[in-house]
Design a protein. Structure first.
Length: 144
C-alpha cells in the first residue's frame, strides 16, 4: 500500500531558479521536519537522517538520488531508507512550466512504508501532504 500526493503551485521565479532549488540538498533538508543532518555524496546524491514522528521508530537514513532530469523543466527524485525493520521509499517528480508571473510547479510523489512504519501509513499521509507544501514554501523563500 502506498500514499500518493500531488498538487501544483505558482512560484514567482524563473524555471531555472526553481529547478535549482528543488534539486538542492540544502533546500530539501531545510524544508523537512525532523532532519537531524544531511550529507552530500555527489551532484545527484545525498543522505538525510530523519527521525519520524512515530513512537519507537528509530532515526532513518534516507538516500536521495536524482534519477532523471531535463533542466529546467523536469526532474525525478528517488529516496529510500530504513533501519531496524522499518523503511520508507519515496518516488517524486516535478514538471516546471513558464507562466505569467513565474513558474508553475506540478508535483507528484508516491510514498511506501514498511515494517513498523507500515501500520502508520494513513497517519503519515497528512504529514506527507504538509511536507510537500513545506518544500514549496522553502523553494519560494529561497528564490523569492
Amino acid at each position: 500500500m502506498s500514499v500518493r500526493i500531488e498538487g501544483e503551485r505558482l512560484i514567482e521565479a524563473t524555471r531555472e531558479e526553481v529547478f535549482a532549488a528543488l534539486t538542492d540538498p540544502a533546500v530539501v533538508a531545510a524544508s523537512m521536519p525532523f532532519v537531524e543532518r544531511y550529507d552530500v555524496h555527489g551532484p545527484d546524491a545525498w543522505r538525510l537522517i530523519v527521525k519520524p514522528p512515530v513512537p519507537l521508530v528509530p532515526a532513518l537514513p534516507l538516500e536521495f538520488r536524482i534519477v532523471e532530469q531535463r533542466p529546467p523543466e523536469h526532474a525525478r527524485l528517488h529516496a529510500k531508507g530504513g533501519k531496524l525493520g522499518s523503511g520508507a521509499e519515496v518516488d517524486s517528480s516535478f514538471e516546471l512550466t513558464e507562466q505569467a508571473g513565474g513558474t508553475l510547479v506540478r508535483f507528484r510523489a508516491v510514498l511506501t512504508f514498511s515494517g513498523m512504519l507500515a501500520p502508520a501509513e494513513k497517519l503519515l499521509e497528512p504529514a506527507a501532504e504538509r511536507q510537500a507544501q513545506r518544500t514549496l514554501d522553502a523553494i519560494e523563500q529561497r528564490v523569492g
